[in-house]
Design a protein around this ligand. Structure first.
Ligand SMILES: Nc1ncnc2c1ncn2[C@@H]1O[C@H](COP(=O)(O)OP(=O)(O)OP(=O)(O)O)[C@@H](O)[C@H]1O
Ligand SMILES: [Mg+2]
Length: 491
């Protein structure tokens, strides 16, 4: 599915600012769909100026049935198919009517067309579309929600919604079904949905909250005050010791009186996120535990190193003493890697400083006696977040170990291993190459069942959304590419 800006560029003449306004609308309108129990579509006239409209947004209610099972985004239709949409666009007034839904065999549906104004001009039309329900009287919850939706609809018409800030669409932001409170112009609760009452109980407010303000019910309602003062939406975490956490999102309901913006009330959505937060904490502590383990391994290895040195000193100079000294050196290099792995996830690390000890470790701990191997490091990896640096250090260790073990095994004449690093700000390229015999002919990293390269590949592809390639080029060459600007990277 194309994104809203892509569709707008393709089909319409929308300028950057009205487009940003519509993007903000679409970021926040899940709540509107839930409040009116209907599908919402966003229409904009096409650039061709021939009476065509394009659907640039569609959202379904999460608390009732959808009318449109098909995806309508990007669909270009003729005005004659939706005359009411065109009328709302031209007149700037809300239009009510009916449409026949073709995908449902012409079944009639209720249609409301709401012009969206920005800077005095109508820039789009939002439609509310739901199957006609017969014979069922709406309950109090339904009536309250639809009443709030109608106030949002008037705000759209007068350009007061979406709010003029980017709210950021946190996945955990509460929705209507999580619990909703309706506040009047003095921030007193005029309606509380059953789930909202439950959330308030969790916060310690057991009395009936209707008719009183949240702070009078004993709930810390700083976010509500802030929203009433600023006329902007506010989302805060409300805590109750020992460990209840409720996300509170206050959206002010605004109106124009004699040209001045006034606040007529607000809708407050509440979501109990206690369990979510507890899980976050567990995950966090798992991460910390792994780092702590690395830290201890490092300490233990250093202790072993010291013991070896002490024992070496007791021996007379000669082969035995040298062997112990060499073992100690190797253990120290391995300890260095564990030291790197115990770093904090939020840290920025100059990666070349990690490469140096890794190469030293490969040289001291992995090479075979009598097989000379020279190492060369070229280029600069720059500063990397520890979330990349740590798995990359593991991968590099595997690759260096492979080069020493498979390219220059015991009895071979030895050779050279080079590490090339290149960071262009957008991606990091790491090439590890040796001049040994190369990978076996039938080797493929995609199908190898051996552990070392499988671990390397899984770290690169899943933790860093990067790629790993192997090829033969006067020996074995492994090339890693890691994007540095990918916002979707798993943390
Ligand atoms: N630099 C290299 N030169 C030649 N062959 C290599 C090189 N690196 C890897 N290989 C080949 O690829 C295979 C897979 O490597 P991988 O690291 O996955 O496993 P391994 O080194 O055999 O065992 P381990 O799991 O202990 O690392 C190796 O067995 C080897 O045949
Ligand atoms: Mg290996």
């Amino acid at each position: 599915v194309a994104t809203l800006p892509e569709l707008a560029r393709l089909h319409t003449t929308l300028e950057a600012e009205p487009l940003a306004q519509l993007t903000r609308l679409v970021a926040a309108w899940g709540i509107l769909a839930d409040l009116c129990f209907a599908d919402l579509l966003l229409f904009v006239p096409t650039a061709s100026d021939d009476g065509k409209l394009v659907v640039i947004g569609q959202v379904r209610p999460s608390n009732s049935q959808t009318l449109h099972h098909d995806d309508l985004i990007g669909r270009v239709i003729d005005e004659s198919e939706r005359p009411l949409v065109a009328r709302a666009y031209r007149t700037g007034d809300i239009m009510d009517g009916e449409i026949a839904v073709t995908s449902r065999g012409g079944e009639p549906a209720r249609l409301q067309c709401i012009p969206v104004r920005w800077d005095g001009e109508v820039i789009a039309v939002l439609t509310r579309e739901a199957a006609i329900t017969v014979g069922r009287r709406p309950g109090e919850l339904e009536r309250s929600y639809v009443g709030v939706f109608e106030r949002f609809a008037r705000m759209l018409v007068s350009g007061l919604f979406p709010y003029p800030i980017d709210e950021g669409t946190a996945a955990e932001a509460p929705r209507v079904g999580d619990g909703a409170l309706l506040l009047d112009d003095a921030a007193r609760v005029s309606y509380a949905s059953p789930n909202a009452v439950t959330a308030l109980h969790r916060l310690g407010a057991y009395s009936n909250v209707e008719g009183i303000r949240l702070d009078e019910a004993g709930v810390n309602a700083g976010g509500v005050d802030e929203s009433f003062a600023s006329h902007l939406p506010v989302m805060v975490e409300v805590e109750r010791r020992p460990d209840v956490i409720v996300l509170l999102r206050c959206m002010p309901l605004l109106d124009l009186r004699d040209g001045a913006e006034v606040i007529t009330g607000a809708i407050v959505l509440l979501r109990d996120v206690t369990d979510l937060r507890r899980r976050d904490q567990l995950l966090l502590s798992k991460d910390q535990a792994i780092r702590e383990v690395h830290h201890r391994v490092k300490n233990n290895l250093q202790t072993i190193g010291s013991l070896l040195r002490l024992q070496g000193r007791r021996l007379a100079p000669g082969d035995g003493r040298e062997a112990l000294e060499e073992a100690e050196r190797r253990i120290r290099s391995i300890a260095l890697v564990h030291e790197i792995l115990s770093r904090d996830a939020g840290e920025q690390v100059p990666f070349n400083e990690i490469v140096k000890p890794l190469v030293r470790m490969a040289q001291e701990a992995f090479t075979f006696p009598g097989v000379p191997v020279t190492f060369e490091v070229e280029g600069d990896a720059g500063e990397l977040p520890a979330t990349i640096a740590t798995p990359l250090a593991v991968v590099l260790t595997e690759l260096l170990q492979n080069a020493v073990e498979h390219a220059f095994p015991q009895g071979s004449p030895g050779g050279q291993i080079s590490v090339r690093l290149d960071n262009d700000g957008e991606r990091l390229r790491v090439v590890v190459a040796d001049d040994g015999p190369g990978f076996p002919e039938d080797f493929s990293i995609g199908s190898t069942r051996s552990l070392g390269l499988s671990i390397a590949r899984s770290l690169i592809e899943t933790q860093m959304t990067g790629t790993i390639q192997t090829r033969n080029e006067d020996g074995a060459t492994v090339e890693l590419t890691v994007p540095l600007t990918d916002p979707d990277r798993l943390e």
